[in-house]
Design a protein around this ligand. Structure first.
Ligand code: NIG
Ligand code: FE
Length: 412
């Protein structure tokens, strides 16, 4: 089916094929075309141009975009959207003064979610997760990474990844899956972290790899969770199964996780709320994408990733939601983009680059997603009538996305 978008006030994020990410000063530009048309044919972006030279096109559907902007859909490279139940009681506990770490030490946190998930059937888990995914798609996300990590047993981790894969089959959104067995030490292994790590390496990794359930491997490298040494051990094992790392580092403490990620050619290092000068210089010599999760900082009232410092150092930056029941119960990329501008001092151009092309890079999808490029996947969003693209982050908390098209399908 051909969908023709006409009279587009500004078609944004137009890029040449082959540009996989933007860094430093390169993030300051958001190439666009005013008064444009865009043709989507089946699943791909077929062509675009200026309304002054609109060729004769017979399309099944034409959408008049007068006064509206068109952008590639958001690329959310870090989520835990497959989970069971919620943790609103912990939210109240934090309001009353307990910290995220104190709640985890009392058996709440990730272990609380693991208990719920283990007791939830695969079908129920799918239904709960699908509901969240539908909401996320309506808010403009067209590609998403989904992690395991609330199973913490072989069967429950596999269940999560099967659900994530099924979501990718049932919805037009591009889904990448990440095995995060090393998210926390489960209760059965209390005091025996080594034993659990060995189980991950000798039992879980081989099955997950054999069943092709994961594209990436992740670990929560943090005090009280997994050490840098554990990270080396897991990533070495993951590598032998062909799994590239995308890891949780520097959320509360800088313990050397960034360095470990870079040594193992991680596709991304995520969180980075606490960042040292050494972390920055290590990232400079690498292809690893730093990923900031500002909604998590907002919800937990922890520092924001110093995105300004990273970009000013010439590095790239991606933005993602971290959608999960504990630290970020929101999958709204529009809020992420606004918060990155307001709290991390990114310009609208930088934030939109970070949430589209660089987000696609952070899940290995920038050859097909993240920009308006002929031949890329037909995943675009049409805004409401807005004065400029800077209005998107400025008008925080309001929905300015009117129509979302993912892989050529108009989302209802
Ligand atoms: O990315 N930090 C580790 N994992 C998640 C939160 C896990 C949870 O609290 O359920 C995160 O913030
Ligand atoms: Fe996370």
């Amino acid at each position: 089916m051909k969908i023709l978008l006409t009279n587009i006030k500004e078609l944004l994020q137009i890029r040449e094929i082959g540009l996989l990410k933007v860094a430093g000063d390169g993030m300051k530009k958001l190439p666009g075309l005013r008064n444009a048309w865009l043709l989507l044919e089946d699943e791909v972006i077929k062509n675009f141009g200026s309304m002054d030279n609109l060729p004769k096109i017979s399309a099944e559907k034409t959408i008049d975009c007068s006064g509206k902007m068109v952008l590639p859909t958001w690329c959310d490279s870090h989520t835990h959207i497959v989970y069971a139940g919620n943790r609103e009681q912990e939210f109240v506990d934090r309001i009353k003064g307990l910290s995220y770490q104190e709640i985890a030490e009392k058996g709440g946190g990730i272990l609380n979610s693991a208990k719920k998930l283990q007791a939830t059937s695969e079908e129920d888990l799918y239904q709960q997760s699908a509901k969240r995914l539908e909401q996320v798609l309506r808010s403009g996300t067209g590609a998403i990474e989904i992690k395991s990590g609330y199973g913490l047993t072989t069967e429950a981790e596999m269940k999560m990844l099967r659900v994530a894969k099924k979501l990718g089959e049932q919805y037009p959104v591009a889904v990448k899956t990440t095995f995060l067995g090393a998210h926390a030490v489960p209760t059965e292994f209390k005091g025996n972290k080594e034993g659990y790590l060995n189980k991950i390496i000798t039992e879980m990794l081989p099955i997950i790899s054999r069943e092709k359930l994961a594209d990436y491997v992740d670990i929560f490298c943090e005090e009280g969770y997994f050490s840098v040494e554990d990270t080396h051990k897991l990533l070495t094992a993951g590598n032998s199964y062909g799994l590239t790392p995308k890891i949780h580092v520097n959320q509360f403490n800088a313990i050397g996780g960034v360095q470990a990620g870079v040594i193992h050619d991680a596709l991304s290092v995520d969180h980075l709320e606490v960042l040292t000068e050494e972390d920055i210089s290590v990232l400079k010599g690498s292809d690893t994408m730093p990923v900031a999760l500002p909604s998590c900082s907002y919800f937990l009232s922890i520092p924001y990733t110093p995105g300004r410092r990273l970009i000013d150092a010439g590095l790239p930056l991606a933005l993602a939601t971290d959608y999960n029941p504990g630290s970020t119960p929101s999958g709204n990329m529009n809020f992420v983009v606004s918060t990155a501008c307001i709290k991390m001092k990114l310009t609208p151009e930088e934030a939109i680059n970070a949430a589209t092309l660089n987000g696609a890079y952070a899940m290995g999808l920038s050859e097909t997603h993240g920009s308006i490029t002929k031949g890329k996947t037909a995943s675009v969003m049409i805004t409401k009538e807005i004065p400029s693209y800077g209005f998107l982050p400025y008008d925080f908390g309001n929905n300015n996305i009117e129509t979302v098209i993912i892989r050529g399908e108009i989302i209802k």
